[in-house]
Ligand binder design. Structure first.
Ligand code: C2O
Ligand code: CU
Ligand code: CU
Length: 424
């Protein structure tokens, strides 16, 4: 079948200018900060080798991919300083905007904060704006706190590494010169903790064409899209003058009460994301017709309760299997945020799920809310390797708000290999 592609990523330290004229120590893949955008297409056989030149253990996860657990890059696949790890898989899912980021046990937040993150695009099968950097641009949103020009890694006891300075594609105050009448933007909320309500400063309407895991059933006219940590959306905007992509803030604070005992998740905060200058514009083609999304049929129900740093009353244990999936059918996962004053979200590895009629891999859950996810898992039975599900607010995840599931063949039992936990 498909092509065979080999990709090498070198995780490294360096310095970059997030703020103009200020040299900041950062981490990146194949460069000092962030990583290259990887482009794959359906049917492609891929081998991605990650070599670590970092001073500490890392792991690299392909967020949104359905793939064998051995290649998923969770905390069970640590990469020690100076060592390499190779993930091999075949792309068997529809076009979407995914991403990759670190996932070492307990240290995901700080490593992502230093800049280890990149976009992973599964190429279009419809005729959409797709000239990278021209009418199809990545918008990778992150944030940081700076002290003396360096990343401040002081953990706030309530919100961890939640940054007050928002930056996009590695820099503060970026701008883009638009040259086409339609501009497609692939928005990725790559922040540790922050939720963004993204639109234009002047309130202009635009079309959302895709959520986390691929196209919607049709382009949807909106004035904002909400993205929690880890989420993506693709939007298409008609350029009719200069525009400013903006984090508009959540007027309703996503249901989080406004009182002094509640952690400050910066939900009402506004921030400029990207200034778009309209130059001479070439006319773009109209968007094509999209395909319907058929609702998944599922019977098996599992329930998850998120409460402070725990899921179903448990904190992450790499040697414990929390859920076993021994079939190749979709399931219903009902996930409740049991906190009355904290926001959480929920991400499942090796899966895409339907919620609100769209395909997603991470969903925001308001205080007291229950979401019902129709989940389609990748089916690569392997009793030895687990997949993760967790809150994608990285401080919560690193505090243990994560569980493990194993996909096995019918009748088989999980048998985790955790020897590496004892090796030095
Ligand atoms: Cu985006 Cu378990 O991760
Ligand atoms: Cu993931
Ligand atoms: Cu959380």
């Amino acid at each position: 079948m498909g092509d065979h592609t080999e990709i090498e990523l070198i995780a490294q330290t360096g310095t970059s200018e997030i703020m103009p004229g200020v040299s900041t120590k950062t981490w990146g893949f194949n460069g000092p900060h962030l990583g290259p955008t990887l482009r794959l297409s359906r049917g492609e056989n891929v081998a991605i080798t990650v070599k670590s030149e970092l001073p500490e253990t890392t792991a690299v996860h392909w967020h949104g991919m359905k793939l064998p657990a051995k290649a998923d890059g969770g905390p069970h696949s640590p990469i020690e300083p100076g060592e390499s790890w190779t993930a091999e898989f075949t792309v068997e899912q529809p076009p979407a905007t995914l991403w990759y980021h670190p996932h070492p046990h307990g240290k995901t937040g700080v490593q992502a904060y230093r800049g280890l993150a990149g976009m992973l695009i599964i190429d279009d099968e419809l005729d959409l704006p797709n000239e990278y950097g021209v009418d199809d641009i990545p918008v990778v949103i992150m944030d940081a706190n700076f002290r003396d020009g360096q990343l401040d890694e002081t953990f706030d006891l309530d919100v961890g590494l939640q940054g007050k300075t928002v930056y996009v594609n590695g820099i503060t105050d970026p701008h883009f010169d638009a040259t086409t009448s339609l501009l497609r933007m692939r928005l990725l909320n790559g922040s540790n903790m922050r939720f963004h309500n993204i639109g234009f400063k002047n309130g202009k309407t635009f079309k959302q064409i895709a959520s986390d895991q691929g196209l919607l059933d049709e382009p949807k006219e909106v004035t904002s899209v909400a993205l929690g940590p880890g989420e993506r959306a693709e939007i298409v905007v008609e350029i009719d003058g200069d525009l400013e992509l903006y984090s508009l803030g959540f007027e309703d604070r996503l249901g989080v009460p406004d009182d002094e005992f509640v952690p400050d998740f910066l939900l009402e905060e506004k921030a400029s994301l990207l200034k778009i200058n309209a130059g001479e514009l070439k006319a773009s083609k109209d968007l094509p017709a999209f395909a319907a999304i058929e609702p998944l049929q599922a019977e098996k129900v599992r329930t998850f309760e998120l409460n402070t740093y725990e899921i179903n009353g448990k904190s992450m244990d790499m040697t414990r299997v929390d859920e076993v999936i021994d079939h190749d059918e979709p399931e219903i996962w009902e996930v409740t945020n049991a906190n009355s004053d904290w926001i959480h979200n929920f991400h499942i590895h090796n899966a895409r799920f339907q919620v609100d009629g769209a395909w997603k891999a991470t969903v925001t859950i308001r205080p007291g809310e229950t979401v019902r996810l129709l989940v389609e898992f990748g089916h690569y039975p392997d009793p030895h390797w687990p997949y993760m599900y967790h809150c994608h607010m990285l401080y919560h995840e690193d505090q243990g708000m994560m569980g493990q599931y194993v996909v096995v063949s019918s009748g088989e039992s999980p048998d985790l290999q955790t020897d590496f936990l004892h090796h030095h």
